[in-house]
Each structure stands twice: as structure tokens, then as C-alpha cells.
Ligand binder design. Sequence first.
Ligand SMILES: [Zn+2]
Length: 70
Amino acid sequence: MVRPCPICERDALADRAENEFAPFCSKRCRLIDLGRWLDESYRIPAVEDDEVEDEGAPPTSNSGRDERTQ
Ligand SMILES: [Zn+2]
């Protein structure tokens, strides 16, 4: 029996005897699903990270180079 993989919707064998990753098509898709599931249960509170690092714009130096000669 072949069913579309819930992750990538490719054909995946639904029988565990034939496909150890059923109902997913591959280990990768199973991991993706597991990752989503963990994401849901360990929902990390979104932290507003507004702390913008000041890269330190070089201070405008007026060392008198602007003086016009003549
Ligand atoms: Zn898949």
C-alpha cells in the first residue's frame, strides 16, 4: 500500500515491513515531522531581540582636511 508522505507528499510505502519510516517516505521526512512535533511541545517563548548591536560607525572626524586651499 502506497500513500503520500505527509511531509513531502511523495509516494511512501505505508507498510512498516517494507518501509521502516512509514508513514513517511524516508528518514529525513520522519525527522522533519519529529522536529515539528518537538517544536510544538517545547514552544520557546518568543523573545523580542531588539538589542541591535552597535557596530560602531566610525566617528566623523573633521580634522580640518576640509579647509579649502585658496
Ligand atoms: Zn517524504
